[in-house]
Design a protein around this ligand. Structure first.
Ligand SMILES: C[S@@+](CC[C@H](N)C(=O)[O-])C[C@H]1O[C@@H](n2cnc3c(N)ncnc32)[C@H](O)[C@@H]1O
Length: 418
């Protein structure tokens, strides 16, 4: 059947409303007339599969990547670069209209391709590539268009290695590239053979600017396990951003787009005055260090032990003795800090699951005046804003295009006490 796409939802799916039913289809743009095939219907919600674009949007383009329809990585390669961020802005604007009706400012990425500083490739025998969405199937790729060039160089080395060794113990290859350093993690069940081959090839390509690690994982539910082994090269990536020399091990979180990360951190910095900052979910601590240069005192809470150690190293390297890195659970620690420092500015950047209810209650019942909330998931962000809405109002909403070529977006929200 033919439908007209009226709007896109926060997952980037096109919606059409006909006779009280909501039709949903992936891979389309607002205003397009498309032919769809019905997959399933449940309580007036009809899930469909795109059959043909009958009348394309003027901003539709042919994807630059030959694998993007198959691999689960980039789900938004079909709009031109000038308009893609406008489309995402409209999705966010409509979704948050009840809480913010002013103009949403957008921050674009300097690079729309070759921007990702980290990619996890799936491995099975001599097959290596990207995983199909919601499937274990591997889509073999020669290169990933959104990955930095160094990552594609490492991919080539490991394709050769896997072809030679027929290794059945490796499940994933996780590569991070920052500032010409690469860290390479082989996720495996037992130590793979012929690691010397990889080490030599990496040395040839990157000199001493690489680190090789093993991560042991037998679980299928997550990519990385808890057991790590350092093999050779540099034990961590050392880089400089926003005036801070920082360190990050492969175990720690780092924003995946260096350029947009810096823009986001600079924007957060504008919300910081000379007082106390309580930062939750602080990762490897680059943002904490940047804020510590301006604030009187920064408390940074992070649950990952290695990330907290990275943050501590960064603190010492930059002589930031007003920064206190605390390793622990934000759900337990942030409510305590809020009680002790009621006038602090609260900065949080939680994982996709959003803020713990304890934290929301602690903020509501405290004297905190301002919350700066960074979110990679509009759905949980909206739920959390809803819970805060009686005491706080959204005074600023901006979006940062950390993930070009996908529908993912990073939101920056400032909430002030009413
Ligand atoms: C989206 S990242 C943000 C990191 C950091 N703000 C940055 O820009 O690099 C979320 C971080 O929260 C940490 N995390 C997840 N759950 C946590 C919890 N309950 N308590 C403290 N940290 C947590 C993760 O380890 C991760 O480093």
């Amino acid at each position: 059947m033919k439908i007209l796409i009226e709007e896109l939802n926060i997952n980037g799916e096109g919606l059409s409303y006909i006779d009280g039913k909501k039709y949903c289809v992936k891979g389309v743009l607002t205003g397009e007339n498309v032919d769809v095939l019905e997959k399933s219907e449940k309580r007036n919600f009809v899930d469909t599969k795109l059959n043909k674009i009958v009348h394309p949007s003027p901003i539709r383009i042919l994807s630059k990547c030959v694998w993007c329809d198959k691999c689960g990585g980039c789900d938004f390669m079909f709009a031109d670069e000038k308009n893609a961020l406008k489309v995402k802005k409209n999705i966010i604007k409509n979704y948050f209209l009840d809480f913010f009706s002013k103009e949403i400012i957008t921050h674009s990425s300097k690079n729309n391709i070759h921007y990702r500083n980290k990619v996890s490739f799936a491995v099975n025998g001599d097959k290596i590539g990207l995983q199909k969405k919601n499937s274990n199937e591997i889509v073999e790729v020669d290169e990933c268009l959104v990955a930095k060039n160094e990552i594609n160089m490492v991919l080539k080395i490991f394709r050769e290695y896997l072809g030679k060794t027929q290794n059945s113990t490796i499940n994933h290859l996780v590569i991070r590239a920052v500032d010409n350093y690469v860290s390479v993690v082989l996720v495996c069940k037992i130590t793979p053979k012929n690691l010397d081959f990889c080490a030599k090839k990496l040395e040839c390509a990157f000199g001493n600017r690489f680190g090789l690690f093993l991560n042991f994982n037998t679980s299928k539910n997550k990519i990385l396990g808890d057991k790590w082994q350092y093999v050779c090269g540099q034990k961590e990536i050392c880089s400089k951003a926003l005036g801070i020399n920082f360190f990050v091990k492969p175990h720690s979180f780092l924003q995946i787009n260096d350029d947009v990360r810096d823009k986001l951190y600079n924007r957060i910095l504008r919300e910081i005055d000379g007082g106390v900052v309580i930062e939750g979910y602080s990762g490897a601590g680059l943002l904490s260090a940047v804020m510590a240069k301006k604030a009187e005192k920064v408390f940074a809470v992070e649950i990952n032990k290695t990330a907290s150690l990275d943050a501590e190293k960064t603190k010492i390297e930059n002589s930031l003795f007003n920064l206190e890195n605390i390793n622990g659970d934000c759900g337990l620690l942030l409510p305590k800090l809020v009680k002790k420092f009621p006038n602090a500015t609260f900065v949080v950047d939680p994982p996709r699951s959003g803020l713990d209810k304890n934290i929301i209650n602690a903020i509501i019942n405290s004297d905190v005046k301002k919350v700066v909330y960074i979110s990679c998931n509009p759905y949980t962000l909206k739920q959390n804003i809803y819970l805060l809405k009686d005491k706080f109002e959204v005074v600023n909403f901006e979006i940062f295009d950390i993930f070009p070529q996908t529908f993912e977006i990073e939101s920056f929200v400032v909430l002030n006490r009413k």
